[in-house]
Design a protein around this ligand. Structure first.
Ligand SMILES: Cc1cc2nc3c(=O)[nH]c(=O)nc-3n(C[C@H](O)[C@H](O)[C@H](O)COP(=O)(O)O)c2cc1C
Length: 339
């Protein structure tokens, strides 16, 4: 019997050779503070492609300079960013992996000089800066920045776009009532809090017809916050808008204590997958092939995202295959040392 982990997954004409996805992870490796792809990114992402990941999702990449988490973030706010991303896409695809990008705006979590923006003028915690409440014009401009970023992603030859709607960054800040206290059409009801993401998806859909994923934080871990049940409804709306997969993470919209253990977010993926009838990705303390296989076979997710374990082991797919007793093809150059 083969392992489901090593079966292909096709979405909107893009086929991933297996279900293993490198989770987006910020590298903060743009020393010139210009958001440009550097040698670090080339080495880091190409290594995981040599290691046989089915899909590699490039780290949170800022759609505006003000939307960076730090000055050293990768960027896609300018046409000058296209060339570096195109080279990166070429390097990764050369090894048979698909490549995606996580489009992001940090909102109130930006640690930058100058003004930062968010749905409401509420700081994340006592140490962080108080953001300025976004005007309608700033909302429109940000939606347009996501659209332009999607257009640039296409020009760079990227296979998948993932919108970063998790971890307390801007999109998440609009979704959660804990960070969104607006009284206009972008705040109040669940529909209103979803409006910003709805309009981003609409805008992206005008220029992008490839696979579209959205990462969410399915639990705010706060009694007044959002729960996985709320995200089932949000996922239904996303499905109606043509989103292909929900990448299910959790937390970080407000400071909260989270009880973490192996696979701690998998149950949220399962709930959203069943409740909304949409493909999901599971992430969070998934470190072994057996764990990944259990999640897929029990239909708790369609893709497995690996974060820190991929930092420790760039050839994690090989490690997982050995554990599951299946053989996967090595890069030709490594045939003599792969088994
Ligand atoms: C160094 C580092 C950077 C990260 N950057 C991002 C990011 O850019 N976008 C994101 O959605 N999650 C980010 N995360 C979260 C990971 O993608 C992943 O969801 C999390 O680490 C849990 O998975 P794991 O237990 O397999 O590491 C980051 C995590 C780490 C360790």
């Amino acid at each position: 019997m083969g392992a489901k982990l090593f079966t292909p997954f096709t979405v909107k004409g893009v086929t991933l050779k297996n279900r293993i996805v490198m989770s987006p992870m910020c590298m903060y490796s743009c020393p010139n503070e210009d958001g440009m792809v550097e040698n670090w990114h080339r080495t880091h992402y190409a290594s995981r492609a040599v290691g046989q990941a089915g899909l590699i999702i490039i780290e949170a990449t800022a759609v505006t300079p003000q939307g960076r988490i730090s000055p050293n973030d990768l960027g896609i706010w300018n046409d000058d960013h296209i060339q570096g991303l195109k080279e990166l896409a070429g390097l990764v695809k050369e090894h048979g992996s698909a490549i995606g990008i996580q489009l992001a705006h940090a909102g109130r979590k930006a640690v930058l000089e100058g003004e930062i923006i968010a749905p409401s003028a509420l700081a994340f915690n006592e140490k962080s800066k108080t953001p300025k409440e976004m005007t309608k014009q700033e909302i429109d401009e940000t939606i347009e920045a996501f659209r332009k970023a999607a257009e640039r992603s296409k020009k760079a030859g990227l296979d998948v776009i993932e919108l970063h709607g998790a971890h307390g960054y801007l999109i998440n800040e609009f979704l959660s009532p804990l960070s969104n206290r607006r009284t206009d059409e972008y705040g109040g009801s669940a529909e209103n809090r979803y409006r910003f993401l709805r309009q981003i998806i609409e805008a992206v859909n005008t220029v992008w017809d490839g696979p579209l994923f959205v990462r969410v934080s399915a639990h705010d871990y706060d009694e007044d916050g959002l729960t996985p049940e709320d995200y089932v409804q949000i996922a239904k709306w996303m499905k109606e808008q043509g989103v292909d997969l929900i990448d299910v993470s959790s937390g970080a919209v407000v400071p909260a204590r989270i009880n973490v253990y192996p696979g701690y977010q998998v149950k949220y993926s399962e709930m959203i997958r069943e409740g909304a009838g949409i493909a999901t990705g599971a992430v969070g303390l998934i470190t072994s092939g057996i764990q990944a296989e259990e999640i897929l076979q029990n239909e708790r997710a369609d893709l497995i995202l690996i974060g820190r374990e991929f930092l420790r082991d760039p050839y994690w797919p090989r490690t997982a295959a050995k554990e599951l007793g299946v053989e996967i093809e090595p890069p030709k150059q490594y045939e003599r040392g792969w088994k």
